[in-house]
Design a protein around this ligand. Structure first.
Ligand SMILES: NC(=O)c1ccc[n+]([C@@H]2O[C@H](COP(=O)([O-])OP(=O)(O)OC[C@H]3O[C@@H](n4cnc5c(N)ncnc54)[C@H](O)[C@@H]3O)[C@@H](O)[C@H]2O)c1
Length: 271
Protein backbone atom coordinates (compact mmCIF):
# COMPACT_ATOMS: atom_id res chain seq x y z
CA UNK A 1 0.00 0.00 0.00
CA UNK A 2 1.35 3.44 -0.97
CA UNK A 3 0.69 6.93 0.27
CA UNK A 4 -2.43 8.54 -1.18
CA UNK A 5 -1.35 11.68 -3.08
CA UNK A 6 -4.95 12.98 -3.01
CA UNK A 7 -4.52 13.50 0.74
CA UNK A 8 -1.50 15.77 0.38
CA UNK A 9 -3.65 18.92 0.58
CA UNK A 10 -4.27 18.11 4.27
CA UNK A 11 -0.51 18.38 4.95
CA UNK A 12 -0.66 15.60 7.53
CA UNK A 13 2.64 14.15 6.31
CA UNK A 14 5.17 13.85 9.16
CA UNK A 15 2.56 14.57 11.82
CA UNK A 16 2.07 12.16 14.73
CA UNK A 17 -1.49 11.26 15.68
CA UNK A 18 -2.86 8.99 18.42
CA UNK A 19 -5.99 7.05 17.49
CA UNK A 20 -7.98 5.20 20.16
CA UNK A 21 -10.22 2.32 19.14
CA UNK A 22 -7.90 1.84 16.16
CA UNK A 23 -8.51 -1.91 16.03
CA UNK A 24 -11.93 -1.76 14.37
CA UNK A 25 -14.51 0.26 12.48
CA UNK A 26 -14.16 4.05 12.52
CA UNK A 27 -10.86 4.07 14.45
CA UNK A 28 -9.31 1.61 11.99
CA UNK A 29 -10.47 3.75 9.04
CA UNK A 30 -8.99 6.86 10.67
CA UNK A 31 -5.68 5.07 11.28
CA UNK A 32 -5.61 3.83 7.69
CA UNK A 33 -6.45 7.28 6.29
CA UNK A 34 -3.74 8.91 8.38
CA UNK A 35 -1.09 6.39 7.33
CA UNK A 36 -2.10 6.84 3.68
CA UNK A 37 -1.77 10.61 4.20
CA UNK A 38 1.82 10.14 5.40
CA UNK A 39 1.28 10.56 9.16
CA UNK A 40 2.74 8.41 11.91
CA UNK A 41 0.03 6.79 14.00
CA UNK A 42 -0.07 5.49 17.56
CA UNK A 43 -2.84 2.88 17.39
CA UNK A 44 -4.42 2.30 20.80
CA UNK A 45 -6.96 -0.39 21.55
CA UNK A 46 -7.76 -3.24 23.93
CA UNK A 47 -8.06 -5.22 20.70
CA UNK A 48 -4.49 -5.10 19.37
CA UNK A 49 -5.21 -8.06 17.05
CA UNK A 50 -7.51 -5.74 15.12
CA UNK A 51 -4.71 -3.18 14.81
CA UNK A 52 -2.27 -5.86 13.63
CA UNK A 53 -4.77 -7.17 11.05
CA UNK A 54 -5.17 -3.69 9.58
CA UNK A 55 -1.42 -3.13 9.43
CA UNK A 56 -0.96 -6.47 7.66
CA UNK A 57 -2.91 -4.98 4.72
CA UNK A 58 -0.90 -1.74 4.55
CA UNK A 59 2.56 -2.94 3.48
CA UNK A 60 5.36 -0.48 4.10
CA UNK A 61 2.98 2.16 5.53
CA UNK A 62 2.76 -0.11 8.62
CA UNK A 63 6.29 0.96 9.59
CA UNK A 64 4.87 4.36 10.57
CA UNK A 65 2.45 2.80 13.06
CA UNK A 66 2.96 1.91 16.71
CA UNK A 67 0.39 -0.46 18.21
CA UNK A 68 -0.13 0.09 21.93
CA UNK A 69 -2.43 -2.07 24.06
CA UNK A 70 -4.53 0.44 25.97
CA UNK A 71 -7.75 0.43 27.95
CA UNK A 72 -8.94 4.04 27.73
CA UNK A 73 -11.06 3.62 30.85
CA UNK A 74 -7.93 3.04 32.97
CA UNK A 75 -5.87 6.10 33.91
CA UNK A 76 -2.72 3.98 34.39
CA UNK A 77 -3.14 2.34 30.98
CA UNK A 78 -3.63 5.69 29.22
CA UNK A 79 -0.62 7.21 30.98
CA UNK A 80 1.53 4.23 29.97
CA UNK A 81 0.42 4.73 26.38
CA UNK A 82 1.37 8.42 26.55
CA UNK A 83 4.81 7.46 27.88
CA UNK A 84 5.32 5.02 24.99
CA UNK A 85 4.27 7.63 22.43
CA UNK A 86 6.68 10.12 23.96
CA UNK A 87 9.47 7.55 23.90
CA UNK A 88 8.93 6.62 20.24
CA UNK A 89 7.89 9.94 18.67
CA UNK A 90 8.76 12.63 21.25
CA UNK A 91 5.57 14.60 20.54
CA UNK A 92 1.99 14.44 19.23
CA UNK A 93 0.08 16.64 16.77
CA UNK A 94 -3.37 15.23 17.36
CA UNK A 95 -5.71 12.75 18.99
CA UNK A 96 -8.64 10.97 17.34
CA UNK A 97 -10.70 9.53 20.15
CA UNK A 98 -12.71 6.73 18.54
CA UNK A 99 -12.91 4.04 21.27
CA UNK A 100 -16.48 3.57 22.39
CA UNK A 101 -19.04 1.00 23.45
CA UNK A 102 -22.82 0.61 23.31
CA UNK A 103 -24.93 -1.46 25.72
CA UNK A 104 -28.70 -2.05 25.48
CA UNK A 105 -31.17 -1.14 28.19
CA UNK A 106 -34.03 1.26 28.96
CA UNK A 107 -33.21 3.82 31.63
CA UNK A 108 -35.59 2.28 34.16
CA UNK A 109 -33.92 -1.12 34.05
CA UNK A 110 -30.38 -0.77 32.65
CA UNK A 111 -27.96 -2.37 35.12
CA UNK A 112 -25.76 -0.01 37.07
CA UNK A 113 -22.73 -1.96 35.81
CA UNK A 114 -23.66 -1.33 32.18
CA UNK A 115 -24.46 2.33 32.91
CA UNK A 116 -21.10 2.86 34.60
CA UNK A 117 -19.11 0.93 31.99
CA UNK A 118 -20.48 3.00 29.11
CA UNK A 119 -19.72 6.26 30.95
CA UNK A 120 -16.28 5.00 31.95
CA UNK A 121 -15.23 4.15 28.37
CA UNK A 122 -17.08 6.79 26.34
CA UNK A 123 -16.83 9.80 28.66
CA UNK A 124 -14.12 9.23 31.26
CA UNK A 125 -11.93 7.50 28.66
CA UNK A 126 -12.17 10.57 26.41
CA UNK A 127 -11.18 12.85 29.29
CA UNK A 128 -8.29 10.61 30.36
CA UNK A 129 -6.93 10.56 26.80
CA UNK A 130 -7.29 14.34 26.40
CA UNK A 131 -5.36 15.05 29.54
CA UNK A 132 -2.65 12.45 28.95
CA UNK A 133 -2.06 13.34 25.30
CA UNK A 134 -2.60 17.12 25.08
CA UNK A 135 0.61 17.77 27.06
CA UNK A 136 2.54 15.94 24.31
CA UNK A 137 1.24 18.50 21.79
CA UNK A 138 3.14 21.45 23.22
CA UNK A 139 1.70 24.60 21.64
CA UNK A 140 -0.45 23.40 18.77
CA UNK A 141 -2.63 20.39 18.10
CA UNK A 142 -6.09 19.04 17.43
CA UNK A 143 -8.37 16.83 19.50
CA UNK A 144 -11.22 15.05 17.71
CA UNK A 145 -13.83 13.11 19.65
CA UNK A 146 -16.16 10.68 17.89
CA UNK A 147 -19.51 11.18 19.62
CA UNK A 148 -22.77 10.34 17.79
CA UNK A 149 -26.02 11.87 16.60
CA UNK A 150 -27.17 10.25 19.85
CA UNK A 151 -25.41 13.18 21.55
CA UNK A 152 -28.02 15.48 19.98
CA UNK A 153 -31.17 13.34 20.22
CA UNK A 154 -32.00 10.62 22.74
CA UNK A 155 -31.12 7.11 21.60
CA UNK A 156 -33.69 5.06 23.45
CA UNK A 157 -33.07 1.68 25.08
CA UNK A 158 -29.31 2.26 24.93
CA UNK A 159 -28.61 2.91 28.60
CA UNK A 160 -26.00 5.62 29.18
CA UNK A 161 -25.00 5.93 25.50
CA UNK A 162 -26.74 9.25 24.72
CA UNK A 163 -25.78 10.73 28.08
CA UNK A 164 -22.15 9.73 27.54
CA UNK A 165 -21.97 11.17 24.02
CA UNK A 166 -23.78 14.37 24.93
CA UNK A 167 -21.36 14.87 27.82
CA UNK A 168 -18.41 14.33 25.47
CA UNK A 169 -19.60 17.24 23.30
CA UNK A 170 -19.66 19.66 26.24
CA UNK A 171 -16.36 18.29 27.52
CA UNK A 172 -14.85 18.96 24.10
CA UNK A 173 -16.15 22.54 24.07
CA UNK A 174 -14.67 23.06 27.52
CA UNK A 175 -11.32 21.70 26.32
CA UNK A 176 -11.42 24.06 23.33
CA UNK A 177 -11.60 27.02 25.70
CA UNK A 178 -9.18 25.69 28.31
CA UNK A 179 -6.55 24.78 25.70
CA UNK A 180 -7.21 27.68 23.32
CA UNK A 181 -4.23 29.71 24.50
CA UNK A 182 -1.99 26.76 23.62
CA UNK A 183 -3.42 26.63 20.08
CA UNK A 184 -4.90 23.19 20.74
CA UNK A 185 -8.34 22.87 19.14
CA UNK A 186 -11.05 20.43 20.22
CA UNK A 187 -13.97 19.29 18.06
CA UNK A 188 -16.56 16.53 17.95
CA UNK A 189 -17.87 14.47 15.08
CA UNK A 190 -21.42 13.14 15.39
CA UNK A 191 -21.75 10.12 13.09
CA UNK A 192 -25.15 8.82 12.09
CA UNK A 193 -25.59 5.20 11.06
CA UNK A 194 -22.21 3.75 10.14
CA UNK A 195 -21.60 0.14 9.24
CA UNK A 196 -19.01 -1.30 11.66
CA UNK A 197 -18.60 -4.22 14.07
CA UNK A 198 -20.51 -2.17 16.66
CA UNK A 199 -23.60 -1.84 14.45
CA UNK A 200 -23.27 -5.04 12.40
CA UNK A 201 -25.68 -7.08 14.58
CA UNK A 202 -28.48 -4.69 13.51
CA UNK A 203 -27.83 -5.27 9.79
CA UNK A 204 -27.99 -9.04 10.24
CA UNK A 205 -31.78 -8.64 10.56
CA UNK A 206 -33.68 -8.85 7.24
CA UNK A 207 -34.98 -5.52 5.96
CA UNK A 208 -33.01 -3.35 8.43
CA UNK A 209 -30.54 -2.04 5.85
CA UNK A 210 -33.31 -0.94 3.47
CA UNK A 211 -35.41 0.56 6.28
CA UNK A 212 -32.43 2.53 7.55
CA UNK A 213 -31.40 3.65 4.07
CA UNK A 214 -34.90 5.08 3.63
CA UNK A 215 -34.32 7.19 6.76
CA UNK A 216 -31.32 9.10 5.40
CA UNK A 217 -31.44 11.93 2.89
CA UNK A 218 -28.41 10.39 1.16
CA UNK A 219 -30.21 7.06 0.84
CA UNK A 220 -27.35 4.96 2.15
CA UNK A 221 -25.72 3.71 5.34
CA UNK A 222 -22.42 5.44 6.14
CA UNK A 223 -19.05 3.76 5.84
CA UNK A 224 -16.16 4.16 8.33
CA UNK A 225 -14.26 6.10 5.65
CA UNK A 226 -17.04 8.76 5.67
CA UNK A 227 -16.16 9.52 9.29
CA UNK A 228 -12.41 9.12 8.71
CA UNK A 229 -12.46 11.80 5.99
CA UNK A 230 -14.08 14.34 8.32
CA UNK A 231 -11.73 13.34 11.14
CA UNK A 232 -8.61 13.84 9.01
CA UNK A 233 -9.85 17.28 8.01
CA UNK A 234 -10.41 18.28 11.65
CA UNK A 235 -6.99 16.92 12.62
CA UNK A 236 -5.32 18.95 9.88
CA UNK A 237 -4.43 22.64 9.89
CA UNK A 238 -6.90 23.10 7.02
CA UNK A 239 -9.57 23.30 9.75
CA UNK A 240 -7.51 25.69 11.88
CA UNK A 241 -10.42 28.07 12.62
CA UNK A 242 -12.90 25.31 13.49
CA UNK A 243 -12.86 24.99 17.26
CA UNK A 244 -15.22 23.85 19.98
CA UNK A 245 -17.97 22.63 17.69
CA UNK A 246 -19.79 19.53 16.48
CA UNK A 247 -19.72 18.29 12.89
CA UNK A 248 -22.67 16.05 12.05
CA UNK A 249 -21.79 13.35 9.50
CA UNK A 250 -25.02 11.42 9.07
CA UNK A 251 -26.11 11.56 5.43
CA UNK A 252 -28.89 13.97 6.40
CA UNK A 253 -30.53 11.63 8.91
CA UNK A 254 -31.24 14.45 11.36
CA UNK A 255 -33.24 16.36 8.73
CA UNK A 256 -35.66 13.55 7.98
CA UNK A 257 -38.28 13.87 10.71
CA UNK A 258 -40.81 16.01 8.78
CA UNK A 259 -40.25 13.93 5.66
CA UNK A 260 -41.12 10.70 7.50
CA UNK A 261 -44.48 11.98 8.78
CA UNK A 262 -47.32 10.45 6.70
CA UNK A 263 -48.97 13.42 4.89
CA UNK A 264 -51.53 12.28 2.32
CA UNK A 265 -51.49 14.43 -0.80
CA UNK A 266 -48.06 15.84 -0.04
CA UNK A 267 -45.80 13.00 -1.18
CA UNK A 268 -43.41 13.68 -4.02
CA UNK A 269 -43.90 11.33 -6.96
CA UNK A 270 -40.39 9.92 -6.57
CA UNK A 271 -40.86 8.98 -2.87
N1 LIG B 1 -21.09 2.53 14.09
C1 LIG B 1 -21.95 3.51 14.24
O1 LIG B 1 -23.04 3.50 13.66
C2 LIG B 1 -21.61 4.67 15.15
C3 LIG B 1 -22.50 5.76 15.14
C4 LIG B 1 -22.23 6.84 15.95
C5 LIG B 1 -21.11 6.85 16.76
N2 LIG B 1 -20.26 5.77 16.76
C6 LIG B 1 -19.11 5.85 17.65
O2 LIG B 1 -17.94 5.67 16.88
C7 LIG B 1 -16.91 5.14 17.70
C8 LIG B 1 -16.31 3.92 17.00
O3 LIG B 1 -17.33 2.95 16.89
P1 LIG B 1 -17.31 1.79 15.81
O4 LIG B 1 -18.66 1.75 15.23
O5 LIG B 1 -16.13 1.93 14.95
O6 LIG B 1 -17.20 0.54 16.79
P2 LIG B 1 -16.24 -0.75 16.77
O7 LIG B 1 -16.82 -1.63 17.82
O8 LIG B 1 -16.09 -1.27 15.38
O9 LIG B 1 -14.84 -0.16 17.24
C9 LIG B 1 -14.66 0.33 18.54
C10 LIG B 1 -13.23 0.01 18.97
O10 LIG B 1 -13.05 0.56 20.30
C11 LIG B 1 -12.33 -0.39 21.03
N3 LIG B 1 -12.58 -0.22 22.48
C12 LIG B 1 -13.71 -0.49 23.16
N4 LIG B 1 -13.52 -0.26 24.47
C13 LIG B 1 -12.25 0.17 24.61
C14 LIG B 1 -11.45 0.54 25.72
N5 LIG B 1 -11.94 0.52 26.97
N6 LIG B 1 -10.18 0.93 25.50
C15 LIG B 1 -9.65 0.93 24.23
N7 LIG B 1 -10.35 0.56 23.15
C16 LIG B 1 -11.64 0.18 23.35
C17 LIG B 1 -12.84 -1.74 20.56
O11 LIG B 1 -11.93 -2.79 20.90
C18 LIG B 1 -12.96 -1.51 19.07
O12 LIG B 1 -11.76 -1.84 18.40
C19 LIG B 1 -17.56 4.81 19.04
O13 LIG B 1 -17.26 5.83 19.96
C20 LIG B 1 -19.03 4.79 18.71
O14 LIG B 1 -19.81 5.12 19.83
C21 LIG B 1 -20.50 4.69 15.98
Amino acid sequence: MNKDNNMQWLALEHTVIAVTGAGSGIGAAVARGLLEAGASVAMLDVNTDGCDSLLATLGELAAEALVIPCDVSSEASVQQAAARINERFGHLNGLANCAGILRPGALLDVSLDDWNQVLQVNLTGSMLCARAFAPLMGNGGSLVFIASVAALMPQTNSGAYSASKSAVTLMSRQLAVELGNRQIRSNVICPGMIRTALSEPFYAHPGITEAREAMTASGRIGMPSDIANATLFLLSDKSSYINGTEVVVDGGLDNMLMHLIPRPGYSASNN
